[in-house]
Design a protein around this ligand. Structure first.
Ligand code: UT7
Length: 319
């Protein structure tokens, strides 16, 4: 009997405040034209007072549970992918657990920055297939606005806040997560990082990025891991109904699709509305495309992401 981790429901949450490029260009040396042309970003949501990574994660989790038709007490595993936890410890996943009123389950955070949701999905998939969990909440949630240097126009226009969640459940059917491949190459730590931390500076630090280097590696690594994960399933790119990529830059999405010969119409794009929400971007985009009816039951969907570390990964999902 082979167990798979099926997708039972998705949910998302965005901070109330939506900030346009024009609003940013009123206070810094940038422009709507530059941001749209170089990134495809038009808006981002920015967390206000009282909105935190854990509160956004909890709101997304509640919606995913409702979509899955499950109650919180049926969840036995919570994995929260984030680079912006409410506190260094305890894990923000345990705050979500408490907010949902779950008395006992496994709960921990995963730190793989923009690839965090793929890493969390891979771990949850392994734990479900091994029998360690039956129903998992896998969440990507970030408040990157709190670690941006708002004086640095090369980074601060790129990111946004938000959360996306999925509920996975054990099934004996041949659906759900069919394959997942994860990678890291720590030689590139200094390409995209935060210049602080508890053990080094005793500060939280701010985001720093060598944008064009990250861009170059992103297209190469994403195209390669996407091919790798498809080979594992025995399927080809022609079998893919939808790609739900990490939303960092529209040009990266286009470049990756071109490299793989994928129809750009099959690529879900939310970077225009959300900007780069790091670990939240893939589950946010997945939720948008499921709720608007583009992704339907039975579709073959590929999720992919790349971020700081470098870390990158991809998963194939039969919805
Ligand atoms: O989520 C993890 C993965 N992250 C990514 O994948 C991000 C990857 N990188 C990128 O998306 C792009 O490299 C950026 C959007 C960050 C930058 O685009 P680029 O085409 O690589 O631009 P650039 O860094 O080469 O900068 C071009 C010019 C520079 O001016 P000079 O030196 O040519 O005079 C920058 O100073 O654009 C200037 N610039 C800006 N101008 C207006 C940089 N940021 C801005 C800005 N507004 N916000």
């Amino acid at each position: 009997m082979t167990i798979h981790a099926a997708l039972l429901g998705t949910g998302a949450a965005l901070p109330a405040r939506r900030v346009s490029n024009a609003e940013l260009s009123a206070t810094m040396d940038t422009s709507d034209e530059w941001i749209i042309e170089r990134t495809g970003i038009r808006f981002r949501h920015v967390a206000g007072e009282g909105e935190t990574t854990a509160s956004l994660a909890t709101a997304a989790a509640r919606k995913a549970l409702a979509a899955a038709n499950l109650t919180p007490d049926q969840i036995d595993l919570i994995i929260l992918a984030t680079a912006t936890p409410d506190q260094t410890f305890p894990a923000s996943a345990t705050r979500v657990q408490a907010a949902l009123g779950i008395r006992d389950c496994i709960a921990f955070d995963v730190a793989a920055v923009c690839s965090g949701f793929l890493y969390a999905l891979g771990v949850a998939d392994s734990m479900i297939r091994s029998g360690a969990a039956r129903h998992a909440l896998v969440i990507g949630a970030e408040t990157f606005s709190r670690i941006l240097d708002w004086e640095d126009r090369t980074t601060c226009v790129l990111f946004g806040d938000g959360a996306g969640a999925v509920v996975l459940g054990a099934t004996e059917e041949q659906r759900g997560i069919l394959a997942c491949k994860l990678h890291a190459d720590g030689r590139f730590n200094d390409m995209l990082y935060v210049d602080g931390g508890p053990s080094t500076t005793q500060t939280v630090g701010k985001v720093r990025m060598k944008g064009s280097e990250v861009f170059r590696h992103a297209v190469t690594n994403l195209a390669s891991v996407l091919e790798e994960v498809m080979t594992t399933t025995g399927l080809t790119t022609a079998d893919i109904d939808w790609v739900v990529p990490h939303q960092a830059n529209k040009r990266i999405l286009d470049g990756t699709a071109r490299k793989l010969g994928l129809d750009p119409a099959k690529v879900i794009v939310t970077v225009d509305e959300h900007a780069n929400t790091s670990a939240a971007s893939v589950p946010l985009a997945l939720d948008v495309a499921i709720r608007d009816g583009r992704i339907r039951p039975g579709d073959l969907v590929v999720l992919e992401a790349m971020g700081g570390g470098f870390t990158w990964g991809a998963a194939v999902l039969r919805v």
